[in-house]
Write a protein that binds this ligand. Structure first.
Ligand code: NAP
Length: 482
């Protein structure tokens, strides 16, 4: 990766109406592995958010009139540029977010896959004709873009969480304004630079960078010209934002927190289950919404499973994501480290046992991959979203008991289970109250599949053939006098 290539993709201002905008103040973006300054970025105000929405509203007039083929072609060019620059974008992502660079490049390709997917789906927005209620009437259903879409996204996937919203919105004919997390604005701005190079017109895609989350959030959720608001982040903030959208009766879609159970039945392939935990628990240092959170292991295979898991976990290398061979980068900041440490300490106080790893003592953002046994259903490690590299292991005996425990959560995003009994596979899959279920599989997310949760994990789906629906309005035409 050439340093020059990186510099050309580092942008320091918001991207509004096709212009890079400075602000009176800036904020620092620091590397979570080293604390070093990566860039200073414009600290936008709510007036910048207003300007972005006005630009998107103006651009909607022409963008919504383009043909699906025209939008598909521009999205395809954007996709191509993301792939062409995947190494540089991945490097930049590691600098601001911390994940190992191979994983960061993986995220860029994963995000780009949504752009490619929706470039193709843009051409498949079908309506309906329905038999009329009388001989002189015809019933026709058409689908139209909802209008201006606004979004707020988190730091754990600085590229992909934007890509899968923006690509769907643009494919549907909507225009888009996003405020990325203040920890990771650079990946978002680099995406805007490539969108501009792809020829996506001014005002269609706007990025507002800033630390004033609440002020900017109010504009994005309450402006009268905003038709839809979409959020990825914690359930607590999501609830506040839904409430803000209520007054204007905005369409909302929410990708919120998770607390994924991972069940290992006595008939499971234990080695496959261990591999499933490694991929679903330790990716991104445990900081994903679909991360395994509670590992229920059948009593008869518990000790064997724990031993094999420790062997695999002990091979994971912790370090700066830019260094060769690193599997686990830093957590995003000290607050995150202290949050995971608190859940661990409180659970240990209640009787859980650290059998590998443990909380950091050195004040850095690095947290060793950890395995904890003796966890019970009421302990903080089982109740709360851990968001760190800690495996919390619980024992169970009965299928009905473990299903009830898995469902005993306000969250319903992802769940995983391992079994080779086909009858059990259907029974358990159907009873789990989650939007996504991995069966003998720990890596479940891809552009062709509907990503989303039930209960307090949110509503709406991203990706897949269902992902466009959230950005389309159904209009019914009743033709009479025939
Ligand atoms: P968060 O605290 O909810 O922050 C998410 C975004 O909301 C950030 O951009 C943040 O800005 C902004 N924000 C915070 N308070 C706000 C307010 N009052 N008004 C407007 N915006 C506000 O979540 P996080 O800790 O960054 O991310 C982790 C959470 O996201 C986890 O719960 C995880 O499960 C969830 N997540 C869900 C999915 C999914 O698809 N379901 C995917 C990824 C993550 P600042 O960063 O500047 O504070």
């Amino acid at each position: 990766m050439q340093p020059h290539a990186l510099q050309t993709l580092i942008k320091n201002g918001s991207y509004i109406n096709g212009q890079w905008q400075a602000s009176q103040h800036t904020f620092d973006v620091n590397n979570p592995a080293t604390g070093e300054l990566v860039a200073r970025v414009a600290d936008a105000t709510k007036d910048d958010a207003l300007a972005a929405i006005e630009a998107a509203d103006m651009a909607f007039k022409s963008w919504s009139k383009t043909t699906a083929a025209e939008r598909a072609s521009l999205l395809r060019k954007w996709f191509n540029l993301m792939i062409e620059h995947a190494d540089t974008l991945g490097h930049l992502l590691t600098l601001e977010q911390g994940k190992p660079v191979a994983e960061a490049i993986g995220e860029i390709k994963y995000g780009a896959a949504y752009v490619e997917w929706f470039a193709e789906e843009a051409k498949r927005v079908y309506g309906d004709t329905i038999p009329g209620p009388s001989p002189d009437k015809r019933v026709v259903v058409i689908k139209q873009p909802v209008g201006v879409v606004t979004a707020i996204t988190p730091w754990n996937f600085p590229n992909a969480m934007i890509a899968r919203k923006a690509a769907a919105a643009l494919a549907a004919g909507c225009t888009f304004v996003v405020r990325p997390a203040s920890e990771t604005p650079l990946s978002a701005l680099a995406m805007a630079e490539l969108a501009e190079q792809a020829g996506i017109p001014a005002g269609v895609l706007n990025i507002v960078t800033g630390t004033q989350a609440s002020d900017i959030g109010k504009v994005l959720t309450q402006h009268p010209r905003v038709a839809k608001f979409t959020f990825t982040g914690s359930t607590g903030v999501g609830k506040t934002l839904i409430a803000q959208c209520a007054d204007g009766v905005k369409k909302v879609s929410m990708e919120l927190g998770g607390n994924a159970p991972f069940i290992v039945f006595d008939d499971a392939d234990i080695d496959a289950a261990v591999d499933g935990v490694i991929v679903s628990k330790y990716r991104n240092a445990g900081q994903t919404c679909v991360c395994t959170n509670r590992i229920y292991v059948h009593d008869s295979v518990h000790d064997q499973f724990v031993e094999k898991l420790i062997t695999k976990v002990s091979a994971l290398k912790v370090g700066n994501g830019l260094d060769e061979g690193v599997n686990i980068g830093p957590l995003i900041h000290q607050k995150a480290v202290q949050g995971v440490k608190r859940l661990l300490d409180d659970s240990v106080e209640q009787g859980a046992k650290v059998v590998f790893g443990g909380a950091p003592q050195d004040g850095s953002n690095f947290f060793a991959p950890t395995v904890v046994t003796g966890v019970t259903q009421q302990m903080p490690l089982a109740v709360d979203e851990i968001f760190g590299p800690v495996s919390a292991i619980l024992r169970f005996n009965e299928e009905s008991e473990v299903i009830a425990q898995a469902n005993d959560s306000e969250y319903g995003l992802a769940a995983y289970f391992y079994s080779r009994d086909i009858g059990r596979v259907w029974r358990v899959a159907e009873q789990l109250e989650f939007g996504m279920v991995g069966i003998n599989e720990g890596a479940i997310s891809n552009a062709a599949a509907p990503f989303g949760g039930v209960k307090q994990s949110g509503n709406g789906r991203e990706g897949s053939k269902y992902g466009l629906e959230d950005y389309l309005e159904i209009k019914y035409l009743c033709m009479g006098g025939i």
